[in-house]
Each structure stands twice: as structure tokens, then as C-alpha cells.
Design a binder for this molecule. Structure first.
Ligand code: GLN
Ligand code: ZN
Length: 777
């Protein structure tokens, strides 16, 4: 008798359907509510989440997937890996220590810089570093390991939450981040130290935590090892074998569901299959092709958890297609669990609340709640026969068909244009050297021209005006008038302090991607589709559902107005196609490259219109180009090829004398410097102040031909850098690159800073530019 197919989830969004956790956290940090109230809200959310998943038909519901801030930080708390600076000496990691690691102490809460970037602490004890969780837009707190690292069980959270659910009558499958991934995701604080050597010290703590769960009655534990989809060294593969052999020895009878996600296991398959675990979860969305081999080569008694519903995106699944793939396995007697490809953490919670969406678009979507329901339908079809859920299967067929043919999705003129293979489209008229001459003649800028990256402070007044406008409290004319005044004042101020190239300040923009998405065809926006980015911070990514085009100019009027206030050159300011793509939910019915190309043509038209309106300089921000790199090295080049091509399509419609800038918020260029060169931008601004210009080595080593603005002012901190400091940074830059190549600018946009910080900092920056100019000529 075959075991019935069961439904599992690997993790559910934590933030709450109405962002209850965000509100409670921020209330607690601000001192408005106490710890007991925060913890009560958290407990309510957990309880709601368990019950909801149950009601939707999930047989296996996770516990310990919840987190007050981040599950990697929870793991550090569990094993007592608290860096010394936090002065922790207690038995258990308490709430204060936990949040100090997450956010620093005396952290000015919103000190974070980039739109989707990282938080940086102000004064006091700094927060621990944060970085992107694989290729998602979720950020985790990076564990820190030293050579003399010790571990001990310092949090009973997994056990507590397992028991908490049990008391509510719900048997859960606790989730732990696996020990090898945990070590691989950390960084060494001792030079030349490999954290994997800590494995023998770490495993006893894992064994202790697992034993507690087993003794409390947990039959299964889900253990996440997403690093198994990465390029691994032999050492890492060896660590996997060692770790799971030790855990199997220590815990006879405990069943582990070892989960991999965000890609195929690929060349780590032998390693995976050698592990003595009772179940394997594989991602069949990112890597559908791995199913056959996993089935054929896993032990017949191993439960297979199949990630058949996309945990990273918002589309309804094609239920019939999934059934066709899974049914033969079930008929062959294999014990199967159906699951999302990964934790549902990366999807919005519930589509039900999106009553304003276009009904057709809505009919193509599934958020976390809907995805669990889809899995339940699939399991019923397999267990009871398709007839039991025939109506739902028919609806799925209809939704899939309508998505394929809907005129809301297919725009033949967009396809024709994006399909064009005219190589000239992606090339400027002349090589950089000649363009530079034309640009210098036209712009007449001094050496070391001083500029900013685009945005000026989004003050409470700016936010309030936007909110009032959205609510209808003020009309369009009043809002536009407010924005014009704000813009004019900012432009005049830039002129007054002596910046050479001005910006309009981006006051009209809510977000650098959303602002464009709202004006492009093929994009939809949710009202409540929040996804956790880090801690209490959530984003609402646009949904690209159809062919992308630009019905009308998007930024030209604002540029025109800003330029009308000044004689100095005013930059046109755009977000690039790769960044728009990487910060959106994208279509799964065509390759990402295809969608990106469509966006590239839309932005190209905007570039051309800005030039026609008179813009001498146009900046195309690609903040997310690097973070779009695939997880596997072998896939980098093809990504970079199409990403670079898309940028070039965007930038190549203009005359030589029109200067194209780009901006990137990061400093790791060494391994992609050739692609950066291939963008063929005239000027690139980058983050360098924190690394003391070190990264310029990559640019000089590569002989980067064009101009560079290495950020001299770290906008991620409230600190106002003195002019001398910026002069020193510029001198360091000038040692690596000729003066003719250098610009002077901050690290990133100024939208998260206060005017009181920005004013003196930019005055100092202009002084620094003047001083280095004077010492050069
Ligand atoms: N132009 C944008 C700004 O200044 C760039 C922001 C970014 O790259 N994150 O805000
Ligand atoms: Zn930036």
C-alpha cells in the first residue's frame, strides 16, 4: 500500500498579513511597546500561520521558520556565536543582544543607505554585517567566526516553538539551517581561517538541539542546506559527509528532511546522495531537469520532497503539468511530499486582499496562501483521483491558456522590436575617446567635476505630500506645485554651493524602480504584496506580467523644469533595465533576458527623448547589476552578456556629445570588471569611500578607459566627512588613475539622509574638489 502524497511547506512569510511584526518591532525599538507585547504579537502570528497552513491543507507545517529578525541570526543565537563586541556573557542570547547584533546600539534606525541596500549603524556598537541571502532580495546577518570560536546551545527557540505549536494541537516539523550552510554563509574574522574547520566544534551543539526536539516528540526535522546548489570546494563536500554522518550517529531514529533550493544540486549530487538522511527536497522550479536522476539514484526508502510550486515568484502553477510529472512516481510506489520550491518567505502573503488588481492579472497570480492551496489540490488529485478536484484543474488549464494568449500580455510591436538583431542598436556612434572630446567641448567642465548621484533627502514633508496626494487629500496641481518648489530650491542650492553637474533631486519618485514601473505597460502593482527585505524592512516589488513598452515620456517634464532653473548642466536620471528587472517579480513565461531587452528598449526611448529635450548628460542607474549574477559561476558569462547588451541598447541611441553616466552602489568589481568596461558608459560612479579607494585597483589594472566617480562621501552614515578627508581619498584615487578620468561625488543617492547632514557634507565635498583641482593644475 503506497503512502499518500502529503503537502509540506518549508517556511512561511513572518511579517504578517498586515505587517503586524514590522509594526511591533518598530514599536519596540522606539520604546512604544514592551518586550512582552512584542513577543505576544510574534506568538499570535505564529499561531495564525500554523493554523492557516493547516486549514489550507498542508499536512506538514514548519516551526522555527518564524524569526524576530532573521533566521541566520537565530542560528547564531542558537549556537552562541556572538561576536565579542556585544559583550554577551549570559546563558541564553537575550533580546537586547539579539537586536544589538541585528541593528547595532544607538543605531539611528533608518541609517540605511541604498534603496534596497544595507543598513549601517550610526554610533555605539555597530550592527553585524548583512548580505543578500543567495540570489533573493532578502538579507541575512552574516555570522562571524574566529579561530578560537566556541559554540554552546544558547537559545532554545527551535524547541520552544515546536512545543508552542504542540500545545495548540499542531504537530510541526521544526526547521534548522544546516550546520554546513551555516558555516559557509559566515565570514572569518581571523585572517586565512576557514570556518569549515569549526565543524567538529559546532556539531555537538546541533546534536544537542536536535536531541531536545526528538525527546519532545518531533518525528522529523527539516534541515536546510541551500549551499548544496552552489559551486563547492572538495573541502565543503567533505564537510557535508562528515556532518551528516556525525548527526546520524548521534541521533538514531530522528528523521531529517534535507532541503536544497534556489537551484539544481548539479555536481554536488553525489555528495547529496551519500548523506544518511531520510528525506531529500529538491527545487524543481529552478532545476526541473534534476528530478529523473534524483529519483533514480536516491535510496528507494528516502522520502522525496518535490519543490513543484514556485516559492520565488507570484504566478499560479500549471497544476495539470505538475500532475503529469509527479503521477508516474507515485504510481511506482515512491513516497512523495509536494512542496514549494523553497520557503514562501520570498512571496507576498495573500492575493485575496488585492482587490484593485486587474481581474485578468489577478487570475494569473498566486501568493503564499494560494500556493499552499495549490499543493493541496495536487495532493488530492494524486490521492483521490483527478475527478475529486476536476473543477479546480479545469480552472488552472483556463488560467494557463489565458496567460498564453491574452492581449494584455502579448504586444506584437514590442516583440518585433525586441526581436530585432540590428547590431548597431547596441553601439554608440563613436568610440569613447572621440565621444569624450565632443562631450568636453560641449560641457566645458573643470577637472574633477563635482556632482551627486541623484536623489536629495526624502524629508517627512516630501513623504507626507506624496501620501496626501495618494489619499486625495491634496489634488494633483497642489502636489505638482509642492514638488516643483522642492526641486527648484534644491537646484538653486546646488548651484550656490558650486556643484558642476546638477540633479533635480528625485522628489517625485517613491522608489527608483516603482516610479518607472508605474509608467510602463506590462507592470502591475499590489497594495499589500509586501516581502521581507531585512528585519522589519519590507518591499513591494512590481510584477512584470506582460510585454513592456513606454506609452509616453516618463521623466522629461521634470528634467525640463529642473534645467529651466539653472544654467549649469542638469542630468537626466533613469533606472536601468537590469535593475528594474532584478527588483521585480518577473514573468516565468519567457526568459529573463527577453524581458530585460523589452525594458531596455523602453528606457532607450526615454534616453532619446531626454536628449531631444536638451539633456546634455543622462545617468542610467544599474544598482542591481551585480546582484543579478547567477549562483553558479558557469552561468555568469551568459547573464553578463545579455545584461551588458541591454544596458548598451538603452544608452546607444544618443549622439557622441551626449554624456552617458551610470551608477552602481557597490564596490566589488574585480570579477566583473570586463563587463563594467563593456557597458561603454562615459562616466561611472561607484561606492569606494568605505574601502578607501582600494577597488580602484580593479579599474586601473584593467585600464578602464572611461571616466570614474569614486564615491568620496559615505552616505550610509550620518557622519559629515571633513574636506581634508575627501581630499585624501581623491589623492589616493589620483595615484591609481589620471586626473582627467576622475569625478567627485558621494557614494550613492542622498534620499535617506537629512538635509542637516547633506548640506555641510556637500559643501565640504565641493571644497575638496576645488582643492585637488588647485593642486593639480
Ligand atoms: N539615482 C538614484 C538615487 O540617487 C540611485 C540610487 C541607487 O542606485 N540605489 O537615489
Ligand atoms: Zn547607489
Amino acid at each position: 500500500m503506497t503512502a499518500p502524497v502529503r503537502v509540506a511547506t518549508l517556511g512561511f512569510p513572518r511579517i504578517g498579513p498586515k505587517r503586524e511584526l514590522k509594526i511591533a518591532l518598530e514599536g519596540y525599538w522606539a520604546g512604544r511597546i514592551g518586550a512582552d507585547q512584542l513577543l505576544a504579537t510574534a506568538a499570535e502570528l505564529r499561531s495564525y500561520t500554523w493554523q492557516r497552513q493547516r486549514d489550507l491543507g498542508a499536512d506538514i507545517v514548519p516551526s522555527n521558520d518564524f524569526s524576530l529578525y532573521d533566521h541566520v541570526l537565530d542560528t547564531s543565537a542558537m549556537v552562541g556565536a556572538v561576536p565579542d563586541i556585544y559583550g554577551w556573557s549570559g546563558a541564553q542570547v537575550d533580546l537586547d543582544t539579539y537586536f544589538a547584533m541585528a541593528r547595532g546600539t544607538h543605531a539611528s534606525g533608518d541609517a540605511g543607505g541604498c534603496a534596497h541596500g544595507h543598513a549601517h549603524a550610526g554610533t555605539g556598537v555597530p550592527a553585524t554585517e548583512m548580505t543578500k541571502w543567495f540570489d533573493t532580495n532578502y538579507h541575512y546577518i552574516v555570522p562571524e567566526f574566529s579561530a578560537d570560536q566556541t559554540f554552546r546551545l544558547a537559545s532554545t527557540k527551535p524547541l520552544d516553538e515546536y512545543l508552542e505549536a504542540k500545545r495548540q494541537g499542531i504537530e510541526t516539523r521544526p526547521v534548522l539551517l544546516g550546520p554546513v550552510s551555516y558555516l559557509l554563509l559566515g565570514k572569518a574574522t581571523t585572517p586565512d581561517f576557514d570556518p569549515l574547520t569549526l565543524l567538529p566544534r559546532l556539531l555537538p551543539v546541533y546534536a544537542q538541539a536536535l536531541t531536545a526536539l526528538k525527546d519532545a516528540g518531533a518525528g522529523w526535522v527539516q534541515i536546510d542546506e541551500p549551499c548544496l546548489v552552489l559551486d563547492l570546494s572538495d573541502g565543503a563536500r567533505h564537510a557535508y559527509r562528515e556532518a551528516y554522518a556525525a548527526l546520524a550517529d548521534a541521533l538514531p531514529g530522528l528523521r531529517l528532511m534535507l532541503t536544497t533550493y534556489f537551484g539544481g544540486v548539479g555536481d554536488n549530487l553525489d555528495t547529496l546522495l551519500a548523506l544518511p538522511v531520510h528525506g531529500l527536497h529538491v527545487d524543481l522550479i529552478r532545476a526541473p531537469g534534476q528530478l529523473a536522476e534524483v529519483v533514480a539514484r536516491s535510496r528507494p526508502d528516502q522520502v522525496l520532497s518535490l519543490g513543484v510550486v514556485d516559492g520565488r515568484n507570484v504566478w499560479k502553477a500549471d497544476l495539470n503539468a505538475i500532475l503529469e510529472r509527479v503521477a508516474p512516481l507515485v504510481q511506482a510506489g515512491r513516497e512523495v511530499t509536494l512542496a514549494p520550491s523553497c520557503s514562501l518567505l520570498h512571496t507576498p502573503i495573500d492575493l485575496e486582499r488585492e482587490t484593485d488588481l486587474d481581474p485578468d492579472v489577478r487570475n494569473w497570480l498566486a501568493f503564499a496562501v494560494q500556493k499552499v492551496a495549490e499543493l493541496a489540490v495536487l495532493a488530492r488529485a494524486l490521492n483521490e483521483g483527478r475527478h475529486a478536484v476536476q473543477a479546480t484543474l479545469d480552472a488552472s488549464t483556463a488560467a494557463v491558456a489565458s496567460r498564453r494568449t491574452s492581449p494584455k500580455i502579448v504586444d506584437p510591436s514590442v516583440r518585433a522590436r525586441a526581436g530585432s538583431s540590428d547590431a548597431g542598436l547596441a553601439h554608440r556612434q563613436s568610440p569613447f575617446r572621440e565621444r569624450a572630446k565632443a562631450q568636453h567641448a560641449k560641457l566645458g567642465l573643470p577637472l574633477y567635476p563635482a556632482t551627486t548621484i541623484g536623489s536629495f533627502p526624502q524629508t517627512p514633508e516630501v513623504r507626507k505630500a506624496r501620501a496626501d496626494h495618494a489619499k486625495g487629500v491634496i489634488d494633483h496641481a497642489a502636489y505638482a506645485g509642492f514638488l516643483r518648489e522642492e526641486t527648484a530650491r534644491t537646484v538653486r542650492w546646488q548651484e550656490e554651493i558650486g556643484l558642476d553637474v546638477l540633479v533635480h533631486g528625485e522628489f517625485e519618485r517613491n522608489d527608483m524602480v516603482q516610479y518607472f514601473g508605474e509608467q510602463l505597460s506590462g507592470f502591475a502593482f499590489t497594495r499589500h504584496g509586501w516581502v521581507q527585505s531585512y528585519g522589519s524592512r519590507c518591499v513591494r516589488p512590481p510584477i512584470i506580467f506582460g510585454d513592456v513598452s513606454r506609452p509616453r515620456p516618463m521623466t522629461v517634464e521634470w528634467w525640463r523644469y529642473a534645467q529651466s532653473v539653472t544654467q549649469k548642466p542638469m542630468k537626466g536620471m533613469l533606472t536601468g533595465p537590469v535593475t528594474i528587472l532584478n527588483w521585480s517579480f518577473v514573468r516565468d513565461d519567457q526568459p529573463r533576458a527577453e524581458t530585460c531587452r523589452q525594458i531596455a528598449f523602453a528606457i532607450r526611448d526615454e534616453v532619446v527623448d531626454l536628449e531631444a529635450a536638451g539633456a546634455p548628460i543622462i545617468q542610467i542607474d544599474e544598482a542591481a547589476l551585480r546582484e543579478g549574477l547567477p549562483l553558479r559561476r558557469t552561468e555568469w558569462q551568459s547573464y553578463l552578456d545579455w545584461a551588458v547588451e541591454c544596458f548598451r541598447i538603452t544608452a546607444s541611441g544618443v549622439r557622441d556629445e551626449t554624456q552617458i553616466h551610470t551608477h552602481m552602489c557597490y564596490s566589488e568589481f574585480n570579477d566583473i570588471i570586463e563587463a563594467i568596461g563593456a557597458l561603454d558608459a562615459d562616466v561611472i560612479s561607484i561606492e569606494t569611500s568605505r574601502s578607501k579607494m582600494e577597488l580602484l585597483g580593479a579599474f586601473s589594472g584593467y585600464r578602464y578607459p572611461a571616466e570614474i566617480g569614486p564615491g568620496v562621501y559615505d552616505i550610509h552614515s550620518p557622519r559629515v566627512p571633513p574636506a581634508e578627508e575627501m581630499v585624501d581619498l581623491l589623492k589616493a584615487a589620483a595615484e591609481r588613475l589620471p586626473a582627467e578620468q576622475l569625478w567627485v561625488n558621494p557614494d550613492c543617492g542622498l534620499k535617506t539622509r537629512k538635509w542637516d547632514e547633506v548640506r555641510p557634507a556637500l559643501v565640504n565635498m565641493v571644497a575638496a574638489a576645488r582643492r585637488i583641482r588647485a593642486s593639480t593644475t
